[in-house]
Design a protein around this ligand. Structure first.
Ligand code: AMP
Length: 395
């Protein structure tokens, strides 16, 4: 059997998402998730050939989940075909501008970045170490969410605060969703017949977490997320930009602690906090369609912030070859896309309502009129990108 597949792992603190992908044919042979890790109700769920399966894991953490996964891959006859493992890592700080093979030095550098991503990087490291143990014969590669944005110029990544905080503590804008931007930027250029090295592409990655990126000549020159994934756009439960003095205001007026305000901005704000309904865009859209004015206002705030950022990026790029929507909301919500594109008419965007309404559920394509500045949808595929990087590094 030819070793043509990559096992892609995306490890969270209590979950482990996986997929086995052939980066050459782009075939996804299996995908799934091990959930509720660390509890006695840990469970492994998967989908293979369109069929779903599941298996309880009992009291299991990441290592036991990978053992369960190994058994499953063996049963399904997939294990022999796997040549390497690719791991998603959230924060690479300034240490990593591209994907790389796992070595002791690389693990140390990821550990160094824990202070920048205290929730994510430890979980990512747990996944890598467990994979090294459970699959000792396979090489491991890491693909960072931040790496793509290391090309940003200093004027885009520096915050106007004392410079020593950047030099000594690494306080700067890093940006996230980089793997998605790299995939979507290249795919959009390919679909439009553009040379990526001579192109100006705006991407709005709108999922539960949301950010936007200006990609000039295939490189990120600006993005909305910052030191952490809280900055920038309105998200499902995250506020995006607010006045940083909110911390002291809420402390003085309501006695909120640092942790309480941090929790509020990350978990109780965004679409959820403003709408007082749900973090899911679909619920708010349904309410707005039924005439709920507050739901409509929530959507308008979301689109106002996004359009403002995209307009700023357009100025920085000097030209727009395409505006690309991706992520759960970007790929599925014709309502949000219409709202945003109409706000950007000054840049020559004219929506094609029919194409916009017909583009959802993984479909990619242009959604603007002929002669308009191009607006389009590209379904993102971060797992495929991770598998491609891993194959290139281990070939
Ligand atoms: P993601 O994080 O990329 O998986 O995106 C998840 C989000 O996509 C969900 O929270 C929904 O708000 C949003 N979403 C998915 N389908 C739709 C849809 N048909 N219309 C609007 N939003 C959607």
């Amino acid at each position: 059997m030819s070793k043509d597949s990559i096992l892609v792992i995306n490890c969270g603190s209590s979950s482990l998402k996986f997929a086995v992908i052939n980066p050459g044919t782009e075939e996804e042979k299996i995908n799934g998730i091990a959930e509720r890790l660390g509890s006695s109700e840990a469970v492994l769920r998967w989908k293979i050939n369109g069929e779903k399966g599941s298996q309880t894991l009992g009291l299991a953490a990441h290592e036991a989940a990978l053992e369960g996964l190994m058994g499953l891959l063996r049963e399904e006859g997939l294990i022999e075909g796997i040549s390497a493992i690719g791991h998603r890592v959230v924060h690479g700080g300034e240490n990593f501008s591209e994907s790389c093979l796992v070595t002791d030095e690389v693990l140390e550098a990821i550990e160094d970045c824990i202070k920048l991503a205290p929730l994510h990087n430890p979980a990512n490291l747990t996944g890598i170490r467990a994979a090294q143990k459970i699959f000792p014969g396979l090489p491991n590669a890491v693909v960072f969410d931040t790496a793509f944005h290391q090309s940003m110029p200093a004027e885009a990544y520096l915050y106007p605060i004392p410079y020593s905080l950047y030099k000594e503590q690494g306080v700067r804008r890093y940006g996230f969703h980089g793997t998605s931007y790299r995939y979507v930027g290249q795919a959009a250029a390919d679909m439009l017949g553009l040379d990526i090295n001579n192109s100006n592409i705006l991407v709005a990655h709108l999922g539960n977490g949301a950010s936007a990126c200006a990609i000039k000549n295939g490189k990120s020159i600006d993005t909305t997320m910052g030191l952490t994934p809280l900055e920038g756009l309105v998200m499902g439960t995250r506020s995006g930009d607010v006045d940083p003095n909110l911390f002291s205001f809420l402390n003085k007026t309501l006695g909120y602690s640092l942790d309480e305000t941090t929790d509020m901005l990350n978990k109780k704000s965004g679409l959820l906090g403003l709408s007082e309904m749900d973090s899911d865009c679909r619920v708010i859209e349904d309410a707005a369609v039924e005439g709920n004015e507050h739901a409509q206002l929530t959507l308008d705030v979301f689109c106002h912030v996004l359009a403002e950022k995209l307009a700023g990026f357009a100025a920085a790029m000097g030209k727009i070859d395409a505006l690309v929507f991706t992520g759960g909301i970007g790929e599925n919500s014709s309502i949000i896309r219409k709202n945003v594109i109409e706000r950007l008419s000054i840049f020559g965007f004219e929506l094609n309502e029919k194409l916009n309404d017909e583009t959802f559920r993984g479909k990619s394509g242009v959604i603007t009129q002929e002669g308009s500045t191009v607006g389009m949808v590209v379904a993102t595929n971060e797992e495929l990108m991770i598998s491609r990087d891993t194959q290139a590094l281990t070939a």
